[in-house]
Design a protein around this ligand. Structure first.
Ligand SMILES: Cc1ncc(COP(=O)(O)O)c(C=O)c1O
Length: 412
Protein backbone atom coordinates (compact mmCIF):
# COMPACT_ATOMS: atom_id res chain seq x y z
CA UNK A 1 0.00 0.00 0.00
CA UNK A 2 1.44 3.39 -0.97
CA UNK A 3 2.17 5.63 2.01
CA UNK A 4 0.39 8.81 0.93
CA UNK A 5 2.65 11.17 2.86
CA UNK A 6 5.69 9.72 1.05
CA UNK A 7 4.27 10.45 -2.35
CA UNK A 8 2.45 13.75 -1.96
CA UNK A 9 4.18 16.68 -3.69
CA UNK A 10 6.03 19.05 -1.40
CA UNK A 11 3.76 21.88 -2.51
CA UNK A 12 0.84 20.29 -0.69
CA UNK A 13 2.39 21.18 2.66
CA UNK A 14 0.93 24.66 2.46
CA UNK A 15 -2.48 23.48 1.33
CA UNK A 16 -4.92 24.26 4.08
CA UNK A 17 -8.60 23.53 4.23
CA UNK A 18 -10.74 26.67 4.22
CA UNK A 19 -12.15 27.38 7.64
CA UNK A 20 -15.18 28.84 5.93
CA UNK A 21 -15.95 25.76 3.86
CA UNK A 22 -15.43 23.46 6.87
CA UNK A 23 -17.68 25.65 8.91
CA UNK A 24 -20.42 25.72 6.32
CA UNK A 25 -20.54 21.92 6.44
CA UNK A 26 -21.09 21.98 10.22
CA UNK A 27 -23.90 24.49 10.26
CA UNK A 28 -27.24 22.94 11.15
CA UNK A 29 -30.61 24.29 10.05
CA UNK A 30 -31.34 26.05 13.33
CA UNK A 31 -28.16 28.15 13.13
CA UNK A 32 -28.29 31.73 11.82
CA UNK A 33 -25.25 31.91 9.62
CA UNK A 34 -23.16 35.01 9.00
CA UNK A 35 -20.35 32.74 7.80
CA UNK A 36 -20.41 32.24 4.01
CA UNK A 37 -20.70 35.23 1.70
CA UNK A 38 -23.56 33.56 -0.15
CA UNK A 39 -25.59 35.84 -2.40
CA UNK A 40 -29.27 36.19 -1.57
CA UNK A 41 -31.22 33.94 -3.98
CA UNK A 42 -33.57 36.92 -4.55
CA UNK A 43 -30.74 38.34 -6.68
CA UNK A 44 -30.77 35.33 -9.03
CA UNK A 45 -32.58 35.29 -12.39
CA UNK A 46 -36.37 35.09 -12.03
CA UNK A 47 -38.54 32.30 -13.48
CA UNK A 48 -39.56 34.70 -16.25
CA UNK A 49 -35.90 35.39 -17.05
CA UNK A 50 -35.19 31.66 -17.06
CA UNK A 51 -37.88 30.98 -19.65
CA UNK A 52 -36.26 33.50 -22.01
CA UNK A 53 -32.78 32.23 -21.21
CA UNK A 54 -33.66 28.62 -21.98
CA UNK A 55 -35.46 29.59 -25.16
CA UNK A 56 -32.26 31.30 -26.21
CA UNK A 57 -30.11 28.34 -25.18
CA UNK A 58 -32.33 26.11 -27.30
CA UNK A 59 -31.61 28.36 -30.27
CA UNK A 60 -27.83 27.95 -29.83
CA UNK A 61 -28.03 24.34 -28.64
CA UNK A 62 -25.30 22.96 -30.91
CA UNK A 63 -22.76 25.46 -29.64
CA UNK A 64 -23.93 25.76 -26.04
CA UNK A 65 -23.41 22.08 -25.30
CA UNK A 66 -20.12 21.89 -27.20
CA UNK A 67 -16.52 22.55 -26.07
CA UNK A 68 -15.48 26.16 -26.45
CA UNK A 69 -12.26 28.08 -26.98
CA UNK A 70 -9.98 28.53 -23.96
CA UNK A 71 -10.07 32.34 -24.14
CA UNK A 72 -13.84 32.34 -23.69
CA UNK A 73 -16.96 32.65 -25.84
CA UNK A 74 -16.25 35.45 -28.38
CA UNK A 75 -19.85 36.78 -28.19
CA UNK A 76 -19.57 37.06 -24.39
CA UNK A 77 -16.21 38.82 -24.59
CA UNK A 78 -17.68 41.37 -27.05
CA UNK A 79 -20.54 42.13 -24.65
CA UNK A 80 -18.19 42.18 -21.70
CA UNK A 81 -15.99 44.71 -23.42
CA UNK A 82 -19.04 47.04 -23.70
CA UNK A 83 -20.06 46.35 -20.08
CA UNK A 84 -16.54 47.23 -18.91
CA UNK A 85 -16.51 50.45 -20.92
CA UNK A 86 -19.45 51.62 -18.77
CA UNK A 87 -17.16 51.50 -15.73
CA UNK A 88 -14.40 53.26 -17.67
CA UNK A 89 -12.33 50.14 -18.30
CA UNK A 90 -11.10 49.97 -21.87
CA UNK A 91 -10.61 46.34 -22.82
CA UNK A 92 -10.47 44.81 -26.26
CA UNK A 93 -12.05 41.36 -26.35
CA UNK A 94 -8.53 39.91 -26.89
CA UNK A 95 -7.49 41.35 -23.55
CA UNK A 96 -10.24 39.43 -21.75
CA UNK A 97 -10.14 35.80 -20.70
CA UNK A 98 -13.23 34.11 -19.31
CA UNK A 99 -12.52 31.97 -16.25
CA UNK A 100 -14.44 29.41 -14.22
CA UNK A 101 -15.30 31.85 -11.46
CA UNK A 102 -12.88 34.66 -10.66
CA UNK A 103 -11.29 32.24 -8.19
CA UNK A 104 -9.76 30.44 -11.16
CA UNK A 105 -8.40 33.76 -12.41
CA UNK A 106 -6.75 34.39 -9.04
CA UNK A 107 -5.21 30.93 -9.08
CA UNK A 108 -3.99 31.28 -12.67
CA UNK A 109 -2.23 34.53 -11.78
CA UNK A 110 -0.45 32.70 -8.97
CA UNK A 111 0.53 29.99 -11.43
CA UNK A 112 2.02 32.26 -14.04
CA UNK A 113 3.76 34.72 -11.73
CA UNK A 114 4.85 33.20 -8.44
CA UNK A 115 8.11 31.35 -7.94
CA UNK A 116 8.94 30.01 -4.51
CA UNK A 117 9.85 32.85 -2.11
CA UNK A 118 8.70 35.59 -4.49
CA UNK A 119 7.22 38.53 -2.66
CA UNK A 120 3.48 39.01 -2.98
CA UNK A 121 1.95 42.03 -1.29
CA UNK A 122 -1.50 41.60 0.26
CA UNK A 123 -3.75 43.53 2.57
CA UNK A 124 -3.98 42.48 6.22
CA UNK A 125 -6.56 41.00 6.40
CA UNK A 126 -7.24 39.67 2.89
CA UNK A 127 -9.43 37.19 0.98
CA UNK A 128 -8.79 33.73 2.35
CA UNK A 129 -9.16 31.83 -0.92
CA UNK A 130 -6.56 34.07 -2.57
CA UNK A 131 -4.10 33.13 0.19
CA UNK A 132 -5.03 29.49 -0.40
CA UNK A 133 -4.47 29.81 -4.14
CA UNK A 134 -1.15 31.64 -3.84
CA UNK A 135 0.12 29.33 -1.07
CA UNK A 136 0.42 26.57 -3.63
CA UNK A 137 3.31 28.48 -5.22
CA UNK A 138 4.97 29.25 -1.88
CA UNK A 139 5.43 33.02 -1.96
CA UNK A 140 6.64 35.16 0.90
CA UNK A 141 3.84 37.51 1.82
CA UNK A 142 4.35 41.13 2.58
CA UNK A 143 1.20 42.04 4.50
CA UNK A 144 0.19 45.70 4.68
CA UNK A 145 -2.32 46.69 7.36
CA UNK A 146 -5.47 48.62 6.55
CA UNK A 147 -7.38 51.45 8.15
CA UNK A 148 -10.79 52.80 7.20
CA UNK A 149 -9.35 54.11 3.89
CA UNK A 150 -7.91 50.76 2.86
CA UNK A 151 -4.31 49.60 2.62
CA UNK A 152 -2.02 52.03 4.47
CA UNK A 153 -0.05 53.35 1.55
CA UNK A 154 2.63 55.06 3.64
CA UNK A 155 3.46 51.70 5.17
CA UNK A 156 3.55 50.11 1.71
CA UNK A 157 5.94 52.80 0.53
CA UNK A 158 8.16 52.26 3.55
CA UNK A 159 8.28 48.50 2.90
CA UNK A 160 8.92 48.93 -0.82
CA UNK A 161 11.78 51.24 -0.07
CA UNK A 162 13.33 48.71 2.31
CA UNK A 163 12.96 45.95 -0.25
CA UNK A 164 14.66 48.11 -2.84
CA UNK A 165 17.64 48.60 -0.55
CA UNK A 166 17.94 44.80 -0.53
CA UNK A 167 17.57 44.83 -4.32
CA UNK A 168 14.16 43.18 -4.11
CA UNK A 169 10.67 44.02 -5.27
CA UNK A 170 7.26 42.34 -5.19
CA UNK A 171 6.07 40.14 -8.02
CA UNK A 172 2.66 41.71 -7.66
CA UNK A 173 0.36 43.37 -5.19
CA UNK A 174 -3.05 41.78 -4.69
CA UNK A 175 -5.82 44.09 -3.56
CA UNK A 176 -9.61 44.16 -3.28
CA UNK A 177 -9.96 47.93 -3.25
CA UNK A 178 -13.75 48.11 -3.17
CA UNK A 179 -15.87 46.70 -0.32
CA UNK A 180 -13.12 44.30 0.52
CA UNK A 181 -13.58 40.72 1.60
CA UNK A 182 -13.32 40.29 4.60
CA UNK A 183 -13.52 43.86 5.95
CA UNK A 184 -15.97 45.67 3.67
CA UNK A 185 -13.44 48.55 3.59
CA UNK A 186 -12.93 50.58 0.39
CA UNK A 187 -9.67 52.24 -0.58
CA UNK A 188 -9.89 56.03 -0.86
CA UNK A 189 -9.35 57.69 -4.23
CA UNK A 190 -6.19 59.38 -2.94
CA UNK A 191 -4.72 56.03 -1.99
CA UNK A 192 -5.76 54.45 -5.28
CA UNK A 193 -3.82 57.17 -7.11
CA UNK A 194 -0.80 56.79 -4.86
CA UNK A 195 -0.83 53.02 -5.22
CA UNK A 196 -0.65 53.35 -9.00
CA UNK A 197 2.22 55.81 -8.66
CA UNK A 198 4.10 53.41 -6.39
CA UNK A 199 3.52 50.50 -8.77
CA UNK A 200 5.07 52.61 -11.49
CA UNK A 201 7.93 53.87 -9.32
CA UNK A 202 8.84 50.45 -7.94
CA UNK A 203 7.79 48.56 -11.06
CA UNK A 204 5.33 45.84 -10.13
CA UNK A 205 1.92 44.58 -11.25
CA UNK A 206 -1.28 45.20 -9.31
CA UNK A 207 -3.93 42.49 -9.27
CA UNK A 208 -7.26 44.23 -8.66
CA UNK A 209 -9.89 41.74 -7.52
CA UNK A 210 -13.28 43.39 -7.90
CA UNK A 211 -16.29 41.20 -7.15
CA UNK A 212 -18.14 43.93 -5.23
CA UNK A 213 -17.54 47.05 -7.36
CA UNK A 214 -21.17 47.06 -8.54
CA UNK A 215 -22.57 46.59 -5.06
CA UNK A 216 -21.70 50.01 -3.68
CA UNK A 217 -24.71 51.77 -2.19
CA UNK A 218 -23.45 54.58 0.00
CA UNK A 219 -20.85 56.21 -2.21
CA UNK A 220 -20.52 57.14 -5.83
CA UNK A 221 -19.17 54.16 -7.66
CA UNK A 222 -15.54 53.96 -6.69
CA UNK A 223 -13.17 54.31 -9.60
CA UNK A 224 -11.50 51.04 -10.50
CA UNK A 225 -7.70 51.00 -10.42
CA UNK A 226 -7.86 49.47 -13.89
CA UNK A 227 -9.79 52.50 -15.14
CA UNK A 228 -7.02 54.77 -13.83
CA UNK A 229 -4.15 52.65 -15.09
CA UNK A 230 -2.15 54.27 -17.88
CA UNK A 231 0.72 51.78 -18.00
CA UNK A 232 -0.97 48.36 -18.25
CA UNK A 233 0.10 47.54 -14.69
CA UNK A 234 -3.31 46.56 -13.38
CA UNK A 235 -4.61 43.07 -13.97
CA UNK A 236 -8.34 43.22 -13.36
CA UNK A 237 -10.21 40.19 -12.02
CA UNK A 238 -13.96 40.14 -11.63
CA UNK A 239 -17.02 37.91 -11.68
CA UNK A 240 -20.73 37.54 -12.36
CA UNK A 241 -21.14 35.62 -9.10
CA UNK A 242 -22.39 38.58 -7.08
CA UNK A 243 -24.39 40.41 -9.74
CA UNK A 244 -26.07 37.46 -11.43
CA UNK A 245 -25.32 33.98 -10.08
CA UNK A 246 -22.36 32.16 -8.50
CA UNK A 247 -23.76 28.84 -9.76
CA UNK A 248 -22.81 29.76 -13.32
CA UNK A 249 -19.12 29.99 -12.34
CA UNK A 250 -18.32 32.78 -14.78
CA UNK A 251 -15.52 35.18 -13.96
CA UNK A 252 -12.97 36.99 -16.08
CA UNK A 253 -9.53 38.56 -16.15
CA UNK A 254 -8.58 41.68 -18.09
CA UNK A 255 -4.89 42.16 -18.78
CA UNK A 256 -2.50 43.20 -21.51
CA UNK A 257 -2.29 40.65 -24.29
CA UNK A 258 1.19 39.58 -23.24
CA UNK A 259 -0.20 38.49 -19.86
CA UNK A 260 -3.42 37.06 -21.31
CA UNK A 261 -1.34 34.80 -23.55
CA UNK A 262 0.14 33.07 -20.49
CA UNK A 263 -3.18 32.95 -18.71
CA UNK A 264 -4.65 31.13 -21.71
CA UNK A 265 -1.81 28.60 -21.60
CA UNK A 266 -2.41 27.97 -17.92
CA UNK A 267 -6.17 27.63 -18.42
CA UNK A 268 -5.67 25.14 -21.22
CA UNK A 269 -3.98 22.85 -18.73
CA UNK A 270 -6.57 23.52 -16.03
CA UNK A 271 -9.91 22.91 -17.73
CA UNK A 272 -9.55 23.55 -21.48
CA UNK A 273 -12.40 26.06 -21.37
CA UNK A 274 -15.13 27.39 -19.11
CA UNK A 275 -18.57 25.88 -19.77
CA UNK A 276 -20.06 27.18 -23.01
CA UNK A 277 -23.52 26.70 -21.56
CA UNK A 278 -23.09 29.17 -18.72
CA UNK A 279 -21.09 31.54 -20.92
CA UNK A 280 -24.06 31.67 -23.32
CA UNK A 281 -26.40 32.33 -20.38
CA UNK A 282 -24.18 35.17 -19.19
CA UNK A 283 -23.93 36.52 -22.74
CA UNK A 284 -27.73 36.56 -23.03
CA UNK A 285 -28.08 38.24 -19.64
CA UNK A 286 -25.59 40.96 -20.56
CA UNK A 287 -26.94 41.55 -24.06
CA UNK A 288 -30.55 41.79 -22.91
CA UNK A 289 -29.94 44.01 -19.91
CA UNK A 290 -30.79 41.40 -17.25
CA UNK A 291 -27.62 42.16 -15.33
CA UNK A 292 -27.92 45.94 -15.72
CA UNK A 293 -31.47 45.75 -14.40
CA UNK A 294 -30.44 43.41 -11.60
CA UNK A 295 -27.72 45.65 -10.17
CA UNK A 296 -29.96 48.39 -8.65
CA UNK A 297 -32.19 45.65 -7.20
CA UNK A 298 -29.16 43.93 -5.63
CA UNK A 299 -27.89 47.19 -4.16
CA UNK A 300 -31.27 47.82 -2.56
CA UNK A 301 -31.44 44.35 -1.02
CA UNK A 302 -27.93 44.44 0.44
CA UNK A 303 -28.17 48.04 1.61
CA UNK A 304 -31.22 47.17 3.66
CA UNK A 305 -29.49 44.09 5.11
CA UNK A 306 -26.31 46.03 5.86
CA UNK A 307 -28.40 48.62 7.70
CA UNK A 308 -30.20 45.89 9.66
CA UNK A 309 -26.88 44.41 10.77
CA UNK A 310 -25.23 47.74 11.61
CA UNK A 311 -28.27 48.92 13.58
CA UNK A 312 -28.44 45.65 15.50
CA UNK A 313 -24.69 45.83 16.26
CA UNK A 314 -25.17 49.36 17.54
CA UNK A 315 -28.07 48.26 19.71
CA UNK A 316 -26.75 45.00 21.14
CA UNK A 317 -22.94 44.77 21.02
CA UNK A 318 -21.21 45.45 24.36
CA UNK A 319 -18.53 48.08 24.90
CA UNK A 320 -15.08 47.13 23.71
CA UNK A 321 -16.26 45.74 20.36
CA UNK A 322 -15.44 47.61 17.13
CA UNK A 323 -16.62 47.00 13.60
CA UNK A 324 -16.34 48.38 10.07
CA UNK A 325 -19.11 50.39 8.40
CA UNK A 326 -18.90 49.35 4.76
CA UNK A 327 -20.35 51.45 1.92
CA UNK A 328 -21.32 48.28 0.07
CA UNK A 329 -20.46 44.65 -0.50
CA UNK A 330 -21.44 41.83 1.82
CA UNK A 331 -19.21 41.95 4.90
CA UNK A 332 -18.71 43.63 8.25
CA UNK A 333 -15.47 42.95 10.09
CA UNK A 334 -15.44 42.96 13.86
CA UNK A 335 -12.73 43.32 16.51
CA UNK A 336 -13.45 41.93 19.96
CA UNK A 337 -11.29 42.77 22.99
CA UNK A 338 -7.79 41.35 22.50
CA UNK A 339 -8.13 38.61 25.10
CA UNK A 340 -10.93 36.86 23.20
CA UNK A 341 -10.04 34.16 20.69
CA UNK A 342 -12.87 34.04 18.17
CA UNK A 343 -11.96 30.56 16.95
CA UNK A 344 -12.37 29.12 20.42
CA UNK A 345 -15.49 31.13 21.02
CA UNK A 346 -17.09 29.87 17.82
CA UNK A 347 -17.86 26.38 19.08
CA UNK A 348 -19.81 27.76 22.01
CA UNK A 349 -21.56 30.32 19.82
CA UNK A 350 -22.51 27.66 17.28
CA UNK A 351 -23.74 25.10 19.76
CA UNK A 352 -25.36 27.27 22.40
CA UNK A 353 -26.28 30.52 20.69
CA UNK A 354 -26.89 28.99 17.25
CA UNK A 355 -25.04 31.64 15.28
CA UNK A 356 -22.11 31.21 12.87
CA UNK A 357 -19.37 33.62 11.83
CA UNK A 358 -15.91 33.19 10.37
CA UNK A 359 -13.05 33.59 12.86
CA UNK A 360 -10.78 36.25 11.39
CA UNK A 361 -7.35 34.83 11.97
CA UNK A 362 -7.03 32.92 8.71
CA UNK A 363 -7.49 36.15 6.74
CA UNK A 364 -4.28 37.50 8.28
CA UNK A 365 -1.00 36.48 6.60
CA UNK A 366 0.95 37.69 9.64
CA UNK A 367 -0.83 35.31 12.05
CA UNK A 368 -2.63 38.13 13.87
CA UNK A 369 -6.37 38.69 14.01
CA UNK A 370 -7.33 36.02 16.56
CA UNK A 371 -9.77 38.43 18.19
CA UNK A 372 -11.56 39.22 14.92
CA UNK A 373 -14.54 37.82 13.05
CA UNK A 374 -16.11 38.26 9.63
CA UNK A 375 -19.86 38.69 9.50
CA UNK A 376 -21.71 38.42 6.22
CA UNK A 377 -25.16 39.97 5.91
CA UNK A 378 -25.83 38.86 2.34
CA UNK A 379 -27.81 35.65 2.90
CA UNK A 380 -30.06 35.66 6.00
CA UNK A 381 -33.35 37.57 5.93
CA UNK A 382 -33.40 40.83 7.89
CA UNK A 383 -35.30 39.52 10.93
CA UNK A 384 -32.75 36.71 11.21
CA UNK A 385 -29.89 39.20 10.92
CA UNK A 386 -31.28 41.17 13.86
CA UNK A 387 -31.93 38.04 15.94
CA UNK A 388 -28.51 36.61 15.05
CA UNK A 389 -26.69 39.78 16.10
CA UNK A 390 -28.69 39.85 19.33
CA UNK A 391 -27.60 36.29 20.12
CA UNK A 392 -24.02 36.90 19.03
CA UNK A 393 -23.86 39.99 21.22
CA UNK A 394 -25.06 37.93 24.17
CA UNK A 395 -22.28 35.42 23.54
CA UNK A 396 -19.68 38.18 23.24
CA UNK A 397 -20.94 39.77 26.45
CA UNK A 398 -20.61 36.36 28.14
CA UNK A 399 -17.04 35.97 26.85
CA UNK A 400 -16.00 39.45 27.92
CA UNK A 401 -17.31 38.86 31.44
CA UNK A 402 -15.78 35.40 31.69
CA UNK A 403 -12.33 36.25 30.47
CA UNK A 404 -12.14 39.54 32.31
CA UNK A 405 -12.92 37.66 35.51
CA UNK A 406 -10.02 35.26 34.95
CA UNK A 407 -7.84 38.07 33.68
CA UNK A 408 -6.78 35.96 30.70
CA UNK A 409 -4.76 38.06 28.32
CA UNK A 410 -4.74 35.79 25.31
CA UNK A 411 -5.96 32.29 24.72
CA UNK A 412 -4.71 30.34 21.77
C1 LIG B 1 -12.49 38.89 -3.12
C2 LIG B 1 -13.04 37.71 -3.85
N1 LIG B 1 -12.41 37.26 -4.93
C3 LIG B 1 -12.86 36.20 -5.61
C4 LIG B 1 -14.01 35.55 -5.23
C5 LIG B 1 -14.42 34.33 -6.00
O1 LIG B 1 -15.64 34.47 -6.64
P1 LIG B 1 -16.09 33.56 -7.84
O2 LIG B 1 -15.08 32.48 -8.02
O3 LIG B 1 -17.42 33.04 -7.46
O4 LIG B 1 -16.13 34.45 -9.03
C6 LIG B 1 -14.71 35.98 -4.10
C7 LIG B 1 -15.90 35.26 -3.64
O5 LIG B 1 -16.44 35.47 -2.60
C8 LIG B 1 -14.21 37.10 -3.40
O6 LIG B 1 -14.84 37.58 -2.30
Amino acid sequence: MVELLDVLAARTDRMRTSEIRDLLKMISKDVISFAGGLPDPKTFPTSEDLKDIFEFINSVRDKAFQYGVTEGLPELKEELSKYLSRIAIKADPEEIIITSGSQQGVDMLGRIFINQRDIVVVEIPTYLAAIQAFNMYKPNYLGIPMDEDGMIIEQLEYELHHLLIKDKKPKFLYTIPTCQNPTGISMSLERRKRLLELASEYDFFIVEDDPYGHIVFDANELKRLKAMDKEGRVIYVSTFSKVFSPGLRIGFVVADMEVTKYLVLSKQALDLCSPNLTQFITYYALKNGLIDRNIPKIRKIYKSKRDAMLNAMEEYMPNGVKWTKPVGGMFIFTWLPEYINTKMLLYKVLNEYKVAYVPGRSFHVDGSGWNTMRLSYSYPPEDMIIEGIRRLSEAVTWAIKKFQKYNIKQID
